[in-house]
Design a protein around this ligand. Structure first.
Ligand SMILES: [Zn+2]
Length: 181
């Protein structure tokens, strides 16, 4: 099985075109223990609720592996958050980040919402994210590198200075000014 078809099987919305993506329904609703394990990997900040678990390369989305009906399954963390809040997703339904933080799993206005590939593309075009493989993304760390830096800044919990440094790509030690977070 090719990597692409594997990703499609997992319902990952980041690596395959919409035309080849199919959502495989969950075999069972997420058990409470799985939901609890998921939220244990989330750090709540005054704005985004950020994933501090595994990060996918190269898109920089969170990844969560769980057991679905006895079978291991891995999904993007933001998709799992949407499933927890909205129930199982249908074909062609994707998660959209209004906050543009790939690790954000906060479902609600200004952060993560249900959307369609077409709407997501329009949003990407609007912010210039659709241009090229590391599209118009001015951060030299790239999406993955930036996400890993943010994740690592959260490993000991919410630390406004460390998080701000990771978000901006600057050295945490060089930041002494008051932060907005
Ligand atoms: Zn957010």
């Amino acid at each position: 099985m090719s990597e692409i078809s594997q990703l499609a099987l997992f319902g990952d919305d980041t690596a395959v075109p919409a035309s080849t993506r199919a959502w495989r329904p969950l075999r069972e609703p997420l058990p409470a223990r799985t939901v609890a394990r998921f939220w244990a990997k989330v750090v709540v900040t005054p704005t985004c609720h950020l994933w501090r678990g595994s990060v996918s390369y190269p898109d920089g989305y969170g990844r969560f592996t769980f057991t679905d009906g006895g079978t291991p399954r891995t999904l993007s963390a933001h998709r799992v958050a949407l499933v927890i809040v909205h129930g199982d997703l249908g074909d062609g339904v994707i998660g959209e980040h209004d906050c543009d933080e790939s690790l954000c799993v906060r479902v609600g206005d200004g952060h993560l919402k249900l959307g369609t590939q077409a709407a997501n593309l329009a949003h990407a075009v609007a912010i210039g994210r659709h241009l090229g493989p590391t599209p118009a993304y001015r951060d030299p760390r790239g999406r993955y590198g930036r996400a890993v830096a943010i994740r690592d800044a959260l490993l000991d919990g919410y630390d406004p200075g460390r998080l701000r440094a990771a978000l901006s790509g600057t050295d945490a030690n060089a930041i002494a000014a008051p932060t907005l977070f």
